[in-house]
Design a protein around this ligand. Sequence first.
Ligand SMILES: *Cc1c(COP(=O)(O)O)cnc(C)c1O
Length: 388
Amino acid sequence: MRPIPYGRQDIDEADIEAVLEALRSDWLTQGPAVGAFETALSGKLGAEYACVVSSGTAALHLLGLAMGWQSGDIVITSPLTFVADANCIVYAGATPDLVDIDPDSYTLDPCKLEDRIQTHQKQGRRVRAVIGVDYAGHPCDWKALRSLADKYGFQLVADACHALGATLNDDPHYAARYADAAVLSFHPVKHITTGEGGAVITGDTDLAEKVKLLRTHGITKDPKYLEKNDGPWYYEMHALGFNYRITDIQCALGMTQLKKLDRFVARRRCIARYYDEVFGPDDRFTTPTIAPHVGHAYHLYPLQVHFDSLSLARAELFERLKEKDILLQVHYIPVHLQPYYRKHYGFNEGEFPVAEQFYRRVISIPMHPRLDDEDLNYISASVQEAVS
Ligand SMILES: *Cc1c(COP(=O)(O)O)cnc(C)c1O
């Protein structure tokens, strides 16, 4: 497979057959596959409810609205994430804030989070919610985040878009256990795909019902909610919602993909062990460290390259590997360095030094289940050669 991207989907004949079957059925959307996929997801994640929607970003958007975030509320997330986490705070009319990452797990630092919450409190501002991001597939310190949530009374959200298949203390249900709700994405680079797609996972009946109402224009036909009932055609709009539905075609694919999740994650872990051996210990690189009791899901393999001491520019490394048909990526440009967030929220360079240092060094090298041992040899040798 050339070129070799940093991530890609793994689609087999069973997936294709499932999609064809959906296409031949009576339902292209809002049929039986949607509910079946939700049931399968909620079982896998150990939560009462899964609400599937058109993307991970749509899931974050609706969750913020369902949680009631509004003007005057502060919602905190990590600077080391995709912009969608900060954007969903803005969509709800709340104010985004950031707290630096832990240098080993690359996830929210609970001590810095507590300091920041106290600062907000002293200035009379309310921290309404915190979104922890399981960066690359390494769970946050969810036990610490949960106890802070209980102590300070904020809502806790798990952005588990990188972490489907991860475990904490051997528990694959940790996100639903510690957070009030978790969000997933089924974009093709993620662990399982529906083309585009996402989900809100929660044990909270009220949140699940709000998300399901908002994903379909805020319209309900459920007799238990109707103010009156004029007949079988009758529906009512109760909230300003969106068309964020996902199709049966996509959910049929999601069902067959989910069956392969364990195998996908096992292969990703195998690839990570290989890279760990090739690139560490070596003072030119820092390989990811894993906290005790963590089962990493390896959405990404973030390799830090010590460009300063190598006198090699990252752009040059990208060029050299592109010539070899290896397409690197960088995850992520810290959110606070984006022009939009600087301009509207006053963030500055230097504010989150751990995330910034990480950003200067990191590359995402190819990590997906389709890579075979020959690919891994080729990638490793090419990276070694490019930095020597
Ligand atoms: C992919 C991703 C999202 C958004 O998901 P989409 O399905 O692409 O909208 C949000 N957060 C993180 C950390 C992601 O990796």
